[in-house]
Write a protein that binds this ligand. Structure first.
Ligand code: KG4
Ligand code: ZN
Length: 338
């Protein structure tokens, strides 16, 4: 069965073809970063309009790349939520129209389910159950994943998501948008230990996070300094050290609380190299296995949506075609959907 995946929840248009027997056949992505950069963040209306321009040409491109035809598509999976309402509606409309024209079922996928299953696209995928640390621009959660559709929230951020903290901190350090990759590049040049920032909620005794205070601490520190390139890099390093240490401590606590020894780290922030080094080092000395998506599938993409679609149709045979978006949608509460 060939699954077409369509992702349009935010500022990336992603499409992919995943075959249930042959694996990922083709995928393509258009990032809107350059378009939104001059506004310092995502402009929802511009995002929707750009998705409209991109989805069909990208779909034609991957169909050619995979050497197949539209008629070979057996199911269409699109991101139903959470995300920007207008942007989601573009993916939902195109999926529904294509599904109707091709007479194939259309299924809506939870964006975070896509993220947390993305490591299963890799050659040595984790077996269920596992703990997932999901760190993206909009969400930061620790989940117990017992199988497809069986998700339990163990802890989550009480305010900013980890990616959001990267983005806001980068902005106040003058590093522009998108902040995560820019800040982590600066942190790579920074002197470790020159500045020390708080580790919010590290000893809270639960699995929740809070990152907005960290951003305020950076602001206070930056105001006390005469900023030059090196000081910016040193502050970026201090910020990254703090956030990685908190994420690592909470993930270790989640592993010990659940008694599991497999950890999946997914979502945009899982592309962070220092975070990966830290988690890999911990896994070696603490005796758990850690799994990441490949770098290009950490941030938003169509492959994770096509893959989640393929997993969903194994669970229940998809029928009919769907047209729905859920800009706000709790995965743990609705893991089995509808
Ligand atoms: O998963 P994603 O593409 O979108 C959401 O679902 O939110 O995550 C985007 C987030 C952004 O906040 C971005 O700054 C962050 O992931 N990010 C990074 C890195 N690459 C992307 N954060 C830290 N280090 C990176 N290398
Ligand atoms: Zn995402």
């Amino acid at each position: 069965m060939l699954v077409l995946g369509i992702e349009t929840s935010c500022d990336e248009t992603g499409v992919a073809l995943y075959h249930t027997e042959r694996g990922l056949l083709a995928h393509a992505l258009h990032s809107q970063v350059a378009m939104h950069a001059e506004y310092g963040g995502v402009v929802p209306e511009l995002a929707s309009r750009d998705h409209i321009r991109r989805v069909l040409p990208l779909t034609r491109q991957i169909i050619d790349q995979a050497g197949c035809a539209l008629a070979d598509i057996g199911v269409i999976a699109y991101t139903e939520g959470p995300g920007l309402a207008g942007a989601l509606l573009v993916g939902a409309s195109i999926a529904a129209a294509l599904g109707f024209a091709l007479k194939v079922p259309v299924i809506g996928i939870h964006h975070l389910e896509g993220h947390l299953l993305a490591p299963l696209l890799e050659p040595n995928p984790p077996a269920f159950p596992f703990v997932a640390l999901l760190v993206s621009g909009g969400h930061s959660q620790l989940m117990k994943v017992s199988g497809i559709g069986a998700y339990e929230t163990l802890g989550e951020t009480l305010d900013d998501a980890a990616g959001e903290a990267f983005d806001k901190t980068a902005k106040l350090l003058g590093l522009g948008y998108p902040g995560g990759p820019a800040l982590s590049m600066q942190a790579g040049r920074g002197v470790p230990g020159r500045f020390k920032l708080p580790r919010p909620m590290i000893n809270s005794g639960d699995l929740n996070f809070s990152f907005s205070g960290l951003k305020t601490a950076v602001l206070t520190l930056a105001k006390q300094q005469t900023l030059d390139d090196q000081i910016v890099a040193d502050i970026a390093r201090a910020f990254q050290d703090a956030i990685v240490e908190v994420l690592a401590a909470k993930s270790l606590a989640a592993l010990s609380q659940t008694g599991l020894d497999r950890l999946v780290v997914a979502g945009g922030v899982s592309a962070n190299l220092q975070l990966r080094e830290q988690f890999s080092a911990l896994s070696a000395c603490r005796g758990f296995e850690v799994f990441y998506p490949k770098l290009e599938f950490c941030t938003d993409n169509g492959a994770m949506i096509a893959f989640a679609g393929a997993m969903r149709i194994k669970l229940s045979s998809a029928k009919g075609w769907k047209f729905n978006v859920r800009p706000r949608w709790d995965l743990a509460a609705n893991g089995g959907y509808p």
